[in-house]
Design a protein around this ligand. Structure first.
Ligand code: AMP
Ligand code: MG
Length: 340
């Protein structure tokens, strides 16, 4: 693509956030830090601005965007109805990395909601994100700031790697704390339906209700023409150029498997502290689930930087935020899971 912009890197000073807010108010797209991953933000109520997000990312038009708010009054501006369970979730987890799918008002145009009559809403905790929303005075549609299909960005450099020349500005807010995208839920009668796992875990949601349905699309590959609860589930996601395989086993069996199968161009994704394997490049991606969440996308990008063609990854735990790490890796691997 032809470079349209000279992408400016802005700081988190109020002065710079105001420059970003002015861009938002003139229907432009800005790279924004949040506590989860970097987002590509535009005015969610402005169809022209939102269509620029889809162009910058190369995102399929039926994949809806999450709308970010900085006050509860903004929520009532954009959704028709807030069920009791949603109020409880907002009290428990907002501001924070939880997105709730709710019936939308007409102020949210179809381009933002991927043509659905619902909208995913999140009240982020990141101070810079909240200031950008408040200074613009608009709810901001903001998908992850990567090219569609590639790993989500957790630093301003990752955003620049994908978006340089495609957007006018990025606010550099350092590394994202959580590192994986928000938990996405919808409400199914008395139940919470988990559409995408994130930092707000099943264990945390079960403090609100025991009645939690984990949507099939979270852990399984859906058939090409299956009806999906959340359009993002049907797309290839988070993939580096390398071919990823998740190996579910203990460390010793993992090493044996790699040694028996290794070829040139192979790499491994190991947990911190594990011994490297001869003749195979290594990318480490944390020890605890929380560290793995912070580092999994950076590690997938690193696999490309070291020129890996094939990557064998240690299988993360699925407890707490681990389920989100596992869900992202499964998609990055195109569901190639080898159990030893
Ligand atoms: P991203 O913008 O990359 O963080 O992805 C947002 C994801 O949230 C999408 O891929 C959808 O799967 C999900 N999502 C957003 N809005 C809705 C909605 N109205 N209904 C169901 N899922 C949604
Ligand atoms: Mg994304």
């Amino acid at each position: 693509m032809q470079k349209k912009f000279k992408t400016k890197v802005l700081s988190c000073s109020d002065e710079d956030i105001k420059i970003a807010a002015q861009l938002i108010c003139s229907s432009q797209v800005v790279g924004m830090p949040t506590e989860t991953v970097y987002g590509l933000a535009a005015d969610a109520t402005d169809a022209v601005a939102v269509s620029r997000i889809f162009v910058a990312k190369g995102r399929p038009s039926d994949n809806p965007l999450i709308v970010h708010i900085s006050s509860m009054s903004m929520l009532s501006d954009i959704v028709e109805e807030i069920p009791e369970l949603a109020v409880k979730c907002a009290e428990a987890f907002w501001p924070g990395p939880l997105t709730m799918v709710l019936p939308k008002k007409n102020i949210i145009p179809p381009v933002t909601s991927g043509g659905l009559d619902t909208v995913g809403v999140r009240f982020p905790s990141d101070e810079t994100a909240r200031k950008l929303i408040s200074f613009s005075g608009k709810p901001l549609a903001a998908p992850s700031a990567n090219l569609s299909g590639s790993p989500s960005p957790t630093t301003a450099k990752h955003v620049l790697d994908d978006m340089n020349g495609r957007i006018p500005a990025i606010i550099d807010g350092g590394s994202c704390n959580v590192g994986v995208e928000s938990t996405v839920i919808s409400f199914d009668g008395d139940a919470i339906r988990l559409l995408r796992p994130g930092f707000v875990s099943v264990e945390m949601l079960s403090e609100i209700t025991e009645n939690i349905i984990i949507d099939k699309g979270v852990l399984e590959q859906l058939a090409l023409n299956a009806k999906v609860s959340s359009p993002g589930m049907k797309y290839k996601h988070y993939s580096p150029k390398a071919d990823i395989y998740i190996i579910k086993s203990d460390y010793d069996s993992f090493v044996r498997y790699v040694n028996e199968n290794k070829q040139s161009g192979d790499a491994v994704m190991l947990f911190d502290g594990e011994a490297e394997i001869d003749e195979v490049k290594t990318v480490f991606y944390g020890e605890t689930s929380q560290q793995q969440a912070q580092r999994v996308f950076g590690a997938l990008r690193e696999c490309d930087e070291i020129g890996a063609k094939r990557v064998f990854a240690r299988c993360p735990s699925t407890e707490g935020v681990g389920l989100a790490v596992y869900n992202r890796l499964l998609r990055a691997a195109g569901f190639k899971l080898i159990e030893l």
